[in-house]
Design a protein. Structure first.
Length: 256
């Protein structure tokens, strides 16, 4: 039920120990968010058993509980602008997550197509008929360090079932975002007036459609990204103005 509620020498030993700690810390950097990130969040969302909860970042009170899409959408709805922070876990999405302007949706750690059950993942339920994440008429929205699993049936191409669909956006950004296994395109930016959208260090793989598709976008940037093993094109630009595509690794996409 969904509800809202308010001998070796000592020097050598020490050196080895410090090296081990430093190495471990560097490997865990994505799994350990900075305290300031959590403290500055409007909501911190986490999974406890079968329940997803949203804790108010200011009061510390748990205000929203229920399934993943209900909690995330209500947290977004309650936030005028700012950060919503997702702790690690698999968030099963039965209804599309709807974005708004001046919002940052960020997670504790990312997964990828090789390790789909690690980190923080928004995973489409089989009943989801639209995109996992959608935003329209948004301005300065950021998705960061986030993973989206489209959970595609291997042989089904379902129009509209995108990993991320951003429509008529100005200055929105995808940063360190992983999207894979979508039933149609992994990432779609489209709509008249879309301008200055940025995709940096994006990993888009194993979609039944294109890895990244832009339509009616101008002054865009796609850089330092990896786009591979998609059934469509790695990147498709269908219309719009000039933009920059640079320093990407595009490989083994069926249509190019």
């Amino acid at each position: 039920m969904n509800r809202i509620i308010t001998g070796i020498s000592l020097a050598i030993i020490l050196s080895l120990a410090l090296w081990s700690l430093s190495s471990h810390a560097s490997r865990q950097i994505e799994a350990q968010p900075k305290t300031s990130q959590v403290q500055s969040a409007s909501y911190v969302i986490f999974i406890d058993g079968a329940t997803v909860s949203a804790r108010n970042g200011t009061t510390g009170a748990i205000e929203i509980q229920g399934n993943a899409d209900y909690v995330i959408n209500n947290a977004i709805g309650n936030t005028t602008s700012g950060l919503i922070f997702l702790r690690s876990g698999i968030y099963n999405v039965g209804n599309t997550i709807n974005l708004k302007s001046h919002l940052t949706l960020k997670s504790e750690s990312i997964a990828d197509a090789n390790f789909p059950n690690k980190g923080t993942v928004l995973k489409a339920k089989s009943s989801l008929s639209g995109p996992v994440i959608y935003g329209t008429l948004i301005n300065s929205t950021i998705l960061e360090s986030l993973s989206v699993n489209g959970n595609k049936p291997n042989t089904t191409l379902l129009s509209g079932s995108y990993g991320i669909h951003i429509n008529r956006s100005i200055r929105s950004q995808l940063i360190n975002v992983v999207v894979f296994n979508s039933r149609y395109h992994n990432i779609l930016f489209d709509g008249a007036g879309s301008i200055q959208n940025i995709l940096i260090r994006v990993n888009s793989r194993a979609a039944n459609g294109d890895g990244i598709r832009l339509s009616q976008n101008s002054d865009f940037l796609i850089t330092e990204s990896e786009i591979g093993s998609n059934e469509g094109n790695g990147i498709t630009i269908t219309s719009g103005g000039a933009g920059e595509i640079s320093s990407n690794n595009i490989y083994q996409n069926t249509d190019g």
